[in-house]
Design a binder for this molecule. Sequence first.
Ligand code: FE
Length: 218
Amino acid sequence: MHDHDHHHDHDHDHDHDGHHRNPRPASAEELRARALEALLVEKGIVTSDAIDAVIDRYVNDVGPQNGAKVVARAWTDPAYRERLLADGTAAIGELGFAGDEGDTMVVVENTPQVHNVIVCTLCSCYPWPVLGLPPTWYKSAPYRARAVAEPRAVLADFGVELPDDVEVRVWDSTAEVRYLVLPMRPAGTDGRSEEELAALVTRDSMIGTGLPLAPAAA
Ligand code: FE
């Protein structure tokens, strides 16, 4: 258990929504984000309320549940799957998911021969409209470096063991192109509804660092 001294200043004046309620020291990233927000507000470029609205949207409305719907549709509708692989942006847009950080979406399909993993080696590019905001580990330097250098070791850390003959492909996201992994439909799911299938699709299975849940586990 951590027992932080709490000496750092919390004297900013916009704690109306509890952003900084956690009794722990701010990380360097948080401090940078706050400084940037303060500057943008000061310059009149955005308001704090506008920033809060964006954050609330991604915390409450946009998340991996969107990507799970895309995956479940692809598992149950072969024509949709084809459109999804041919033009991810358009097919994802068919389900109403689009917007910032998802302007150009490429969907990469796992098969018995190929397992795909996504990373952003430069920073933290991530497909927001379908997965929401990236998890902390996705933004970490070790993940960003190791996903490329030793993807199988990273997968093992996440508990994903693949047969030796499966090729692991790593996709490096950029500001322009964001990737989504289409995982393989789990065995034993014949006859499941799209909604039931979506419940098996985890966030990590769409990043490639996990697999969908087995039907019994859902
Ligand atoms: Fe990035």
